[in-house]
Design a protein around this ligand. Structure first.
Ligand code: UDP
Ligand code: MG
Length: 321
């Protein structure tokens, strides 16, 4: 029986990239044997003509499906919506800016369709074209998160994954609100084949990630997949209690042996400042987890749909649903 491959693409203000992306995937898909395609574009509340571009494609090609959000919910929400809407036996998640090169699709598809692997992921081996400072921090970041969490995070991995149905269902079985897809993919496990490629520049538009946004995303990822920072706070606290205890013993002994010369004002201030700082830091760490728990318990929807190809009158005009 012919299998279907769903291509899930989150798009945010990407009016210029949609058409080149579609053309490129169609060109490459000729190399994919015996497989039907389905496009699932997720318009993440774009403010430009992204949705109009997608609707245009839908009019030309009924394999194009789409979901449009009521506002911008972020790429993670887009990925989730795409995976939920995709009907294919295999699903691949890709960026629309062609930074996830479609040429890799045949190799990835082959690996999964043959049954040898459950998932194929693309790994960018060079960070050419990226500011060196960003690569430097990315390197450190991957070291830290791998130390702190049980899941394995590979440097250079993008959200470019081709999965079989089992794995998609496993990913969808994780209903968390704070989503970090790289962590989720890694958490569900399965046999993954890595396909390597060189960095490619965006086809149009510009990146949505500033350094600060990446930094916050990074901290959230650590909180989502590790509770080690909480343990660290406790261990630091214990360590300082121990040091303080030793100091108390030493001071009592000194006072008994040599009288009580008052001194050490500056060193005391240093100690007070440091303890205060550490306490605030530990509180901050706890606060992070509390905030996450708070958001998680509200059970808010991760995204809200404004329209899809099924109920969008402009693309269906009168035809059977
Ligand atoms: N994206 C999205 N919602 C957002 C931000 C980005 O759906 O709020 C999409 C964007 O359209 C693109 C992909 O996520 O298809 C990756 O974004 P970008 O290229 O800005 O990230 P980078 O490649 O620089 O990491
Ligand atoms: Mg990009």
């Amino acid at each position: 029986m012919q299998k279907t491959l769903s291509i899930v693409v989150p798009c945010y203000n990407e009016e210029l990239a949609i058409r080149p992306f579609y053309d490129e995937v169609l060109r490459v898909s000729k190399k994919l044997k015996d497989v039907e395609l389905e496009f699932v574009f997720v318009d993440d509340g774009s403010r430009d003509r992204t949705l109009a571009e997608i609707q245009k494609l839908r009019k030309e090609d009924k394999r194009v499906r789409f979901v449009s959000f009521s506002r911008n919910f972020g790429k993670e929400a887009g990925l989730l919506a795409g995976l939920e809407y995709a009907k294919g036996d295999y699903v691949v998640t890709m960026d629309v800016d062609l930074q996830d090169p479609p040429e890799l699709l045949p190799e990835m598809y082959e690996a999964v369709a043959s049954g040898e692997y459950d998932c194929a992921g693309a790994r960018r081996v060079s960070r050419k074209g990226e500011p060196p400072i960003r690569s430097f921090f990315a390197g450190i970041y991957y070291k830290i998160i791998n130390r702190l969490s049980n899941i394995e995070m590979v440097d250079g991995v993008r959200d470019f994954r081709l999965m079989d149905r089992k794995m998609v269902d496993a990913v969808l079985s994780m209903p968390e609100y704070n989503r970090y897809s790289k962590g989720i993919f890694s958490f569900v496990g399965f046999k993954t084949k890595w396909v390597e490629f060189e960095h490619v520049d965006r086809v149009a538009g510009e990146t949505h990630w500033s350094f600060w946004k990446l930094f916050v995303y990074g901290i959230e990822a650590i909180c989502a997949f590790s509770t080690v920072p909480l343990v660290l706070a406790a261990v630091l606290g214990l360590l300082f209690c121990f040091i303080a205890f030793v100091m108390v013993v030493v001071i009592i002994w000194k006072t008994l042996a040599f009288g009580d010369p008052v001194g050490g004002w500056p060193s005391m201030i240093c100690a007070v400042l440091m303890m205060g700082g550490l306490q605030l830091m530990a509180l901050g760490v706890i606060g992070q987890y509390l905030a996450k728990t708070y958001l998680e318990t509200k059970r808010r929807p991760i995204y809200i749909v404004r329209t899809t190809e099924k109920d969008d009158k402009t693309v269906n005009d009168g035809e059977a649903k």
